[in-house]
Design a protein around this ligand. Structure first.
Ligand code: SAM
Ligand code: SF4
Length: 336
């Protein structure tokens, strides 16, 4: 009998799929997109039915957690049809968790329908609590709208985690206040090191902005007592508990501490390419297989063949003058 589980050449079980459902977004964050991004023609995108079929194959092969991302997942037309379809895997017990990463702009409209589909947690990306800075970072974002979306998510009973990219010279002066704000509202917060995605954005920008999370942690320790805890949400973040607030702070440190040895995930783009590693170019064209045959067996074989090529890790490196391991594609394409 064929075992359903996906295991890569380094004995890592692949149980987590991130699905980018669109490359479009209503924001233009400076580290993620250029202001005049050109987006893919619709025919290139997987339809909602194709996204369902492909995601469901991964679930059948042992994926237990789906995180929906983008671009901004909630600007994809008809996206609730896909969430509703995936909720059947929660109901059957095949899936442990269905969740999403969002900029929060559309949560007022979607929080309750998401909760109705069995979504329990959302990650909302906010790098600052200062309205002007928020505008500077997101270019097109409206801070009040995101705050309202967060209120709606809380009212719908969704557990919220805030994701903040640590940006030197931008939010280093308010990181402590962001922790205080999050913990006062019952949210955990995770800091992420800025990664060299999208080569047209310039290496200089990355190196200037890079704020090592070792330094962020030191900053946190000036106000708070931090205790390392073994908590995990199945992702790469390492967590501390803050004695004074009882809340958690996560650190995602692709640069300063490589976490590839425990990687359990792969990423599906909105065009059906499977990236086995965020920081490597190798990919598998699952859309081609999907569109060439109704046979799920062919898809399963293509997925297994891709997992068999999962590399050991990424090559991001800021230790030299130039950002090493830079990826030509944007985060919004691969799905952050
Ligand atoms: N639009 C949604 C959002 O912003 O949450 C989902 C997609 S976005 C690409 C996912 C995450 O990637 C966000 O938390 C964003 O801050 C992060 N991100 C984007 N570009 C990044 C970069 N170059 N380095 C580190 N994180 C990045
Ligand atoms: Fe859009 Fe998210 Fe990228 Fe910002 S980080 S531009 S919200 S996809």
């Amino acid at each position: 009998m064929i075992t359903p589980n996906l295991v890569d050449p380094f004995a890592r079980a692949i149980t987590y799929l991130r699905v980018s459902v669109t490359d479009r977004c209503d924001f233009r964050c400076v580290y993620c997109m250029s202001e005049n991004m050109s987006f893919l023609p619709k025919a290139e995108l997987l339809s909602l039915e194709e996204l369902d079929r492909l995601s469901s194959r991964f679930v059948a092969l042992g994926v237990r957690k789906l995180r929906i991302t983008g671009g901004e997942p909630l600007v994809r037309k008809g996206i609730m049809t896909y969430f509703e379809a995936m909720s059947r895997h929660l109901a059957s017990g095949a899936l442990d968790e269905l969740t999403l990463t969002t900029n929060g702009s559309q949560l007022r409209r979607f929080a309750q329908p998401l909760a109705d589909c069995g979504v329990k947690r959302v990650n909302v990306s906010i790098d600052t609590l200062n309205e002007q800075k928020f505008k500077d970072i997101t270019r097109w974002g409206r801070f009040a709208q995101v705050m309202d979306g967060i209120d709606a998510a809380q009212a719908a009973g969704l557990k919220i985690k805030i994701n903040a990219v640590a940006l030197k010279g931008t939010n280093d002066d308010e990181a402590l206040d962001m922790v205080a704000w999050c913990h006062a509202r019952g949210f955990d917060i995770t800091f992420i090191e800025v990664m060299p995605m999208g080569e047209d954005m310039g290496d200089g920008l990355r190196l200037d902005q890079y704020w090592s999370l070792d330094d962020v942690r030191e900053t946190m320790a000036t106000r708070y007592t931090l205790h390392d805890i073994p908590f995990s949400t199945g992702g790469p973040a390492r967590y501390v508990r803050v004695e004074e607030t009882g809340g958690k702070i996560g650190f995602i440190t692709p640069l300063s501490h490589n976490f590839c040895e425990s990687c359990n995930r792969v990423r599906l783009t909105c065009t059906g390419q499977l990236f086995m590693c965020l920081g490597q170019e190798d990919e598998a064209d699952l859309r081609k297989v999907l569109r060439s045959s109704e046979d799920d067996g062919a898809l399963d074989r293509a997925i297994r063949a891709a997992i068999a090529r999962k590399p050991k890790g990424h090559d991001f490196d800021y230790s030299r003058q130039k950002a090493g391991g830079t990826m030509t594609r944007h985060m919004s394409h691969t799905g952050g």
